[in-house]
Design a binder for this molecule. Structure first.
Ligand code: FDA
Length: 396
């Protein structure tokens, strides 16, 4: 293998964080090389948000992130905010819109974001080298030696921006965690986040025929609560509320789902009993839900098919309690195959929140998803990639 020119900075990973960091560092005059084993830069960006990339959230703040050390993300998020990134998007004339809850999506295509980042790199002189797998990194007296599928490379500083484990088919590898451990870092145990749930066999069979049906719910556990849609799938449940709560869920736990967050079911049923005593309980429930779901619930909980006039308060209360606190017990999750993010990662207590440099190994930096910082669904993860990438690019 040939030993090539020494770069100031080698960034491992041409994803969201790596590209933004590289462009920022190159703007400061650093000689930057970005390496990625993929054929294309920013593959996750390209498929994100259904091809329209939910590139940030207008309300992004530290409360929208999970980490063992919740203070870590504050500095980067305040130094490079969603408004800074929106400013860059505006500079490139990319059209976008707010879909819901502050989530900003491209009007046309996620390609606009990738093209913008690649252009920022080339304009400032950062070189992006694709189809180059990073195999190992060693620290020597002269800096860092990076062994790649294309030969040896040398750099003064290394930025680890190779993401987490979600969606291996898009090129995710454990390299970032391996490098962290190699240099003495602790890695907070990783697991799939923003991921659909699978159900136990009985529930799976019961709800499989509801596949495709979506209801607005509030999904809660002791740690979090999300008011968004829930979608029944062939294997379990998904949709924004389920993806969000999955990041706060631990195996074996149940989730309380309020299937009718807007209504007071007991009061509504009591009033109906007065005004329409001959209406059946099942018909009343069907007024709230698609028929298939209403019938499935009635069968599952054996709610009798009798007139409201014949339903006592205890029965109406029990129906109300179930609909407001529908107990969902997942069997597991769909795992990294479909997860949007990886929870856990490089322990942030051993990384500077100002520069993203390792506190254990000078010249080694970690940015983006490889760190133990995970955002909610809704553009928060890209914002973390931009913010952590930018502060690193300013100091590397
Ligand atoms: P990212 O994963 O983007 O980049 C890492 C790069 O490192 C990859 O290009 C990979 O090929 C490369 N790499 C890995 N190992 C390597 C090796 N050994 N050698 C060389 N290169 C290597 N977030 C959001 O805010 N809004 C959204 O709309 C979405 N939508 C979305 C959809 C789907 C389907 C997924 C899977 C994820 C999202 N996300 C999202 C999450 C978001 O994509 C994610 O948090 C960021 O891409 C993380 O950016 P990073 O740069 O840290 O890693």
């Amino acid at each position: 293998m040939s030993q090539s020119a020494v770069h100031d900075v080698i960034v491992i990973g041409a994803g969201a964080a790596g590209l933004h960091c590289a462009a920022t560092a190159a703007k400061r005059g650093r000689r930057v090389l970005v390496l990625d084993h993929a054929k294309q830069a920013g593959k996750k960006i390209l498929i994100s948000g259904g091809g329209r990339c939910n590139f940030t959230n207008m309300y992004a703040s530290p409360e929208n992130y999970l980490s063992e050390n919740p203070h870590f993300c504050k500095s980067a998020l305040s130094r490079y905010t969603q408004w800074d990134f929106i400013g860059l998007v505006n500079d490139y004339g990319i059209a976008y819109h707010e879909k819901t809850l502050g989530q900003l999506f491209c009007d046309d295509s996620a390609k606009d974001i990738v093209n913008m980042l690649v252009k920022e790199c080339s304009k400032n002189g950062a070189h992006v080298q694709l189809r180059t797998e990073v195999l190992s990194v060693e620290h020597t007296a002269d800096g860092y030696v990076v062994k790649t599928s294309q030969g040896l490379l040398q750099a003064e500083k290394i930025v680890v921006a190779c993401g987490g484990l979600s969606m291996p088919k898009l090129g995710a590898t454990p390299l970032g965690y391996q490098l962290a451990e190699q240099f003495g870092h602790r890695v907070v145990p990783v697991r799939a986040g923003l991921v659909p749930f699978t159900l136990h066999d009985a529930d799976k069979q019961r709800y499989a025929e509801l596949s495709g049906l979506s209801v607005d719910v509030v999904a809660s556990n002791d740690r979090a609560s999300f008011k968004e849609a829930m979608l029944f799938t062939h294997r379990g449940v998904s949709g924004p509320s389920m993806l969000q709560i999955s990041s706060y869920w631990l195996p074996g736990e149940s989730i309380a789902v309020n299937l009718l967050p807007q209504d007071d079911v007991f009061t509504a049923l009591s009033e109906l009993r007065q005004s329409r005593p001959r209406m059946s309980l099942r018909t009343a429930i069907q007024e709230w839900f698609p028929k298939r779901l209403a019938l499935t619930l009635c069968e599952q909980y054996q709610w009798p098919d009798k007139n409201l006039a014949d339903c006592n308060n205890a029965l109406l209360q029990s129906v109300a309690d179930t609909l407001h606190q529908w107990p969902l017990k997942p069997n597991g999750t769909e795992g990294y195959r479909t997860a949007e993010v990886t929870l856990g990662g490089v322990d942030t207590n051993e990384v500077s929140s100002k520069t993203m440099e390792s506190r254990l190994q000078p010249g080694l930096f970690f940015i983006g998803e490889v760190l133990d910082v995970t955002g909610w669904l809704g553009g928060y993860n890209f914002q973390w990639a931009w913010s952590s990438g930018w502060v690193c690019g300013e100091s590397v």
